[in-house]
Write a protein that binds this ligand. Structure first.
Ligand code: HEC
Length: 398
């Protein structure tokens, strides 16, 4: 019963998380586009910086942006912040239910580092806080005065962390930790910099004081970062369902490439929405980057099989390995605590079932080390080699 409630709670929170994320990223894309498409006109109201005309849902909208206060502050001002906060809160709830509650399954891999669940959770949470502090200090440091230098420094820090986490957590855990870290940076930018600065500026304007331009500058810088991080963070959030992305030998390097790919794609749209010539080269970079990612993911985590080995497929052993290492969960009636039905409907109990899943087994347990999760049933390197030999020989039935 508990497992059923848990599973539905996870789905319910995931539902909320995705909806909040759509609302947040959607409004962020909308405002970036709006901001870039503003145009000057001689007879704009005093204090107006630019305007844009839009058509949607059967009506025309005339958007006018004021950098300083309009002559009269409106009674009602809509603030955009709960989309970001809800995304983070539901994300952390999901992280807790999926990764912290079942840390030994999803966060820890004994073959990487034999951590106690509480230690892994402490490292994960501490890492989120420390990551934000380092990033925030970088932005406020002299490096932060130049956007390009700051971006390069931020990139180095993120890639360094991705590598470090790959030496601490399971592939999946390390991947999600990076997603949570980038997401936390983005939401903290909204919560701790953009909104507070905006509030100070609004209060100054209402009181007739001149706001400190540094406030606006900092908020603008953080929103620029958020803009460039949206595509990579979404890649991580959905990539944690694709073992080739998270459980490969080079997952940390693949993430580094995706950070660049996501940024250049955003750059393309930013330029285009600004009315500048479209930088088509960005698609060449993105395509080359993604090809490199695919190639890296195909570098097997299990050593390759040579021809001499291929002829020695041991079908009995394949059956025994899958039965002992996999079918505790992948069975009509799983015996593993907390697993109520065969995960993803994958049954691995009879030779026929095992044969039918050969391709998936190769992907999950040979090319990548996604299964068993956290190598919790102790699948040994020699046993992976037996499975690799079987797959390389065309996965014969028995
Ligand atoms: C401790 C329980 C457990 C064990 C042991 C286990 N699995 Fe899994 N397996 C899961 C869970 C949970 C999922 C669903 C993963 C997810 O949500 O992404 C899964 C998913 C899968 C999938 C489907 C993946 C997909 O996305 O369609 C395959 C194939 C698979 N496992 C193969 C194996 C093989 C092969 C072994 C043994 C080497 C194994 N599993 C051992 C729990 C287990």
């Amino acid at each position: 019963m508990e497992a059923i409630v848990w599973d539905w709670a996870a789905l319910g929170i995931r539902w909320l998380h995705v909806i909040a994320g759509i609302a947040w990223i959607g409004s962020s894309f909308y405002f970036i586009h709006l901001d870039l498409s503003l145009r000057q006109r001689p007879d704009l109201p005093t204090g107006a910086h630019g305007e844009a005309w839009q058509v949607h849902g059967g009506g025309f909208y005339n958007m006018v942006k004021y950098l300083v206060a309009p002559s009269r502050m409106p009674d009602k001002l809509t603030w955009f912040m709960w989309e970001a906060y809800t995304t983070w809160l539901s994300g952390m709830a999901l992280m807790t239910i999926v990764y912290y509650w079942a840390a030994s399954l999803y966060l820890i891999d004994g073959a990487v580092l034999a951590l106690d669940p509480w230690a892994a959770i402490a490292i994960s949470l501490g890492g989120l806080a420390a990551g934000w502090i380092v990033y925030d200090l970088l932005c406020r440091s002299p490096l932060g005065r130049n956007d390009t230098t700051l971006a390069a420094a931020g990139f180095v820090v993120l890639v360094g962390l991705a590598f470090a986490y790959s030496q601490i957590f399971s592939g999946r855990g390390a991947f999600m930790q990076m997603g949570a870290l980038i997401g936390t940076m983005m939401v903290a930018n909204v919560f701790l910099v953009i909104i507070p600065n905006q509030r100070k500026v609004a209060a100054d304007l209402v009181a007739g004081r001149t706001p400190d331009p540094a406030l606006g500058h900092a908020a603008k810088q953080r929103s620029l970062h958020n803009n460039y991080l949206t595509l990579p963070v979404i890649f991580v959030m959905i990539g944690n369902h694709t073992p080739l992305a998270f459980a490969s030998r080079w997952s940390w390097l693949m993430l580094a490439i995706v950070l660049v790919v996501g940024a250049v794609i955003r750059h393309f749209f930013n330029q285009r929405h600004k009315g500048a010539p479209s930088p088509w080269w960005t698609w060449g970079v993105a395509a080359a980057g993604m090809l490199a990612v695919v190639w890296l993911s195909a570098q097997p985590a299990t050593p390759a099989v040579d021809e001499a080995q291929e002829s020695r497929v041991d079908l009995v052993m394949v059956g025994e390995i899958v039965e002992s290492r996999c079918s505790v969960c992948h069975a009509a009636e799983p015996v593993w605590d907390g697993v109520t039905s065969a995960p993803k409907g994958v049954l691995l109990e009879t030779p026929a079932q095992i044969h039918r899943q050969a391709r998936a087994i190769g992907l999950q347990a040979v090319t990548t080390h996604a299964m068993p999760p956290g190598n919790i049933t102790g699948l040994e390197a020699a046993e992976r080699q037996v499975l690799a030999t079987w797959i390389a020989a065309g996965a014969p039935a028995w």
